[in-house]
Design a protein around this ligand. Structure first.
Ligand SMILES: [Mg+2]
Length: 170
């Protein structure tokens, strides 16, 4: 692990597959795990701090369907674009903005000594959720059905030990 820390770099085009595999195993994977752990601890800390604040709080126990309904009240769609298309496209657009926040953090964290912009991430995740909820609404699907179906699917995969791999039906 020290070997890679000294000459830190992501895999380069001229690296052999063996070297890339070794770097992933010895350095990148532990690094990602460490980052996830830090992000989790940060999130936990923020959540504990937040749970101590009671004023001006949004209802954090809002159900999926309540959220979907509330989000629908703020919807304004162009009338010359099919609404399902518009919302599905908006969801991808906002997911890209989530990636932008994460990308900037990884790009600049060392040079600018940055921490993850949690507030911005919350907002962009929310924008993605908004479009997701409205794409579902346009197809007459409730957000709770989306969530429940997803959990059922993943539980089934865990029981069949098929979490890893590709394809939706496994
Ligand atoms: Mg946004």
């Amino acid at each position: 692990m020290k070997l890679f820390k000294k000459s830190w770099s992501w895999p380069q085009p001229w690296w052999s597959q063996k070297r890339i595999d070794k770097a992933w195993e010895e350095y990148y994977e532990p690094l990602i795990e460490e980052e996830c752990q830090k992000a989790f601890e940060l999130d936990l800390k923020a959540r504990i701090e937040d749970s101590n604040k009671t004023e001006d709080r949004v209802d954090q126990n809002m159900s999926f369907n309540e959220y979907q309904e509330e989000a629908g009240k703020t919807a304004m769609f162009p009338d010359d674009v099919p609404p399902l298309f518009y919302n599905a496209a908006g969801m991808c657009d906002e997911a890209g903005e989530v990636m932008g926040v994460v990308k900037k953090f990884y790009r600049d964290r060392k040079a600018l000594d940055l921490t993850l912009d949690r507030d911005k991430l919350v907002k962009e995740l929310g924008d993605t959720l908004w479009y997701l909820s409205q794409a579902a609404r346009m197809a007459k699907i409730t957000l709770s059905e989306v969530a429940e179906t997803n959990i059922e699917k993943l539980r089934g995969r865990r029981e069949r030990n098929t979490i890893h791999g590709e394809g939706d039906e496994r």
